[in-house]
Ligand binder design. Structure first.
Ligand code: GLY
Length: 576
């Protein structure tokens, strides 16, 4: 391990100065909330300060993110939460959106039978039935200690009293407002008075959202699914060509699922089962890589990166082939995909010196010949003073989801319907997948890539992680898990590692700019088609060192992220 650490330190020091780990970790035995938005992390930390546990903090953080991080924080979208109790019991909460009851398999095709991307990019028709509020209710009912109302209060205060707009939020609002132009309620909610551009230091007040949150706090989640909020959603949908009805909302239920589990070099991996593809693909990749001794090949060497890319190619082919909502596609072979025996079989075709051909590996699926990967999901990680850990990833799908704010209710709706296979039976080399498991059906959950993950060793949590980034999520999590488990890196070093992504089709490797140039050109020399990207993912994590000290590891790729502890809360109201 010592040699390993020295080698890793040398490689990390060699990364461009701006990409090497910069800051000191926030450490705390009292609990930590690490997320994309400072005020939302504080909301979670205030729940911990009040004696709440990690699930209480997760509920408070989620509601506050819906106010302060509108690109992805939400009550009009969905998500997944993995909870690990101090005694090691794990539970997965699934509050993924569902297709409305009036949805049909071909509703996003044009007259020629081609996918019309505009229909899922924005607008009322793009929205699935939101699951977040029911999901938070389910997790709170199972594990929460603090009153529900108290946990929603910080979000209400932020929406009612307003909060300071950061430079990053100003940029994100100004860009979203261009797409919001056709939706008057959205412009009314998020436009600056007088139509000016937002700037850092401005104050954003969200009055309608505050009223909706107050109803959820006072009357419970039924206000959202059966009360006046449901009326507003149904009305807005009726008037604007959307499909969601009161019946859809009343029928929505969050599911408690059994997480998927794997092992890697003595570490235990727990992650999200279907309808996410994340946990299955992550464990499949780890199983393929375990016998290949990446460490001996070296951190960030072309040989090791190539093997990772080949594992990605194969796991994403199986994702395309098999995965979808388990409540509909009952033949999903999860146990087989998770087995080490299957990984040996699938990995047998990996060559050490050259990439495989995705078209040959998946020829049975292809009818012909990069799906855009929205980045607007967000992940937060929490541990509390007793060792309960929560990994939550939540999403509106695209940045600001459908861009539709529900008139009179003030919250953004998702555009998650785009995560279904929109052209049944049609898969080609450019990215669309048409396999049956993820074709649209009324009441079905669309396949996700969200990968909230908890890694433990000898019964103790070592890492809580996850990321946004569409299909890239799974590969971001893979890099971080390998950093900690294979290369012996700290959480901060693992989160700082350059990331890459292969998703079977299109057959190319996307690599972050921070990857050492020599590794990129060697991979190109091996035959990989490579596209460089500015950044991949945003993985706010908690890492627990060998002494048992939790470290909050915010991902420096996002400006506004923070690791918050109960002790560091500054204002008395945050401590409540
Ligand atoms: N919306 C991103 C995902 O669910 O994978």
């Amino acid at each position: 391990m010592k040699v390993r650490l020295i080698a890793a330190a040398a490689v990390l020091a060699g990364l461009a100065a701006t990409h090497a780990p910069q800051e000191r970790d926030v450490r705390s035995h009292e609990g930590l909330v690490v997320c994309a938005s400072g005020p939302a992390c504080d909301a979670g930390a205030s729940a911990l300060a009040a004696g709440g546990n990690a699930v209480d903090a997760a509920v408070a953080t989620a509601f506050a993110l819906a106010v302060t991080y509108p690109a992805a924080g939400n009550i009009g979208g969905g998500g997944f939460m993995i909870v690990r109790t101090p005694s090691g019991e794990v539970t997965a909460f699934d509050y993924r959106e569902k297709a409305p009851l009036a949805a049909t398999p071909t509703m996003y095709l044009d007259a020629e039978g081609a996918i019309d991307d505009r229909l899922t990019a924005s607008g009322h028709l793009a929205a699935g039935v939101p699951g977040t509020v029911r999901g938070l209710e389910a997790a709170h009912r199972a594990f929460g200690k603090r009153p529900w109302r108290e946990l929603v209060m910080p979000a209400i205060r932020l929406a009612e009293e307003g909060f300071t707009v950061s430079a990053a939020l100003a940029r994100s609002l100004n860009s979203a407002l261009l797409t919001m132009a056709p939706f008057p309620a959205s412009v009314a909610a998020y436009g600056k008075a007088g139509g000016a551009e937002w700037a850092a230091g401005d104050r954003l007040v969200l009055t309608d959202l505050a009223r909706t949150l107050r109803a959820i706090a006072d009357d419970g989640p039924d206000a959202f699914y059966r009360g006046w909020i449901a009326d507003r959603v149904a009305e807005d949908m009726r008037e604007n060509g959307g499909l969601i009805t009161r019946e859809d909302l009343a029928a929505y239920e969050a599911k408690v699922r059994t997480p998927v589990r794997g092992t890697y070099r003595g570490f235990d991996i727990v992650s999200m089962p279907p309808p996410s593809s994340g946990g299955v693909a992550l464990i499949q990749m780890l199983n393929m890589l375990e016998p290949l001794d990446l460490q001996a090949k070296g951190l960030l060497t072309p040989a090791a990166l190539h093997l990772q890319a080949e594992a990605m190619r194969r796991a994403f082919l199986d994702r395309a082939r098999h995965l979808g909502d388990p409540d509909f596609a009952t033949s999903i072979p999860v146990d087989r995909l998770l087995s080490k025996a299957y990984a040996a079989e699938a990995g047998a075709s990996i060559r050490a010196d050259a990439p495989s051909d995705s078209a040959v590996l998946g020829r049975d699926l292809l009818q012909a010949g990069n799906a855009r990967e929205p980045d607007a999901t967000t992940h937060y990680s929490i541990v509390d003073r007793d060792g309960m850990a929560v990994a939550t990833t939540t999403t509106l799908e695209g940045s600001f989801g459908s861009h539709v704010v529900v008139k009179g209710a003030g919250f953004l709706l998702n555009n998650e319907m785009g995560d279904f296979n929109r052209r049944p039976g049609y898969t080609d080399t450019t990215g669309p997948i048409g396999t049956a498991a993820n074709v649209i059906a009324p009441g079905k959950r669309m396949l996700s890539s969200m990968t909230p993950t908890i890694v433990a060793r000898d019964g103790r949590v070592v890492l809580v992680t996850g990321s946004p980034g569409g299909r890239t999520i799974i590969n971001t999590v893979l890099t971080i898990v390998l950093g900690v488990t294979e290369y012996g890196l700290t959480g901060r070093e693992a989160v700082a590692l350059p990331r890459m992504h292969h998703q079977w089709m299109p057959d190319r490797l996307a690599i972050e700019e921070r990857m050492p140039a020599a590794a990129v050109s060697a991979l190109r020399g091996m035959g990989h088609e490579i596209r460089t990207v500015a950044r991949q993912g945003d993985a706010h994590s908690v890492w627990i060192d060998a002494d048992g000290t939790p470290h909050g590891v915010r991902d420096e790729r996002s400006e506004d992220s923070r690791a918050a502890t109960p002790r560091e809360l500054t204002s008395p109201s945050q401590r409540r």
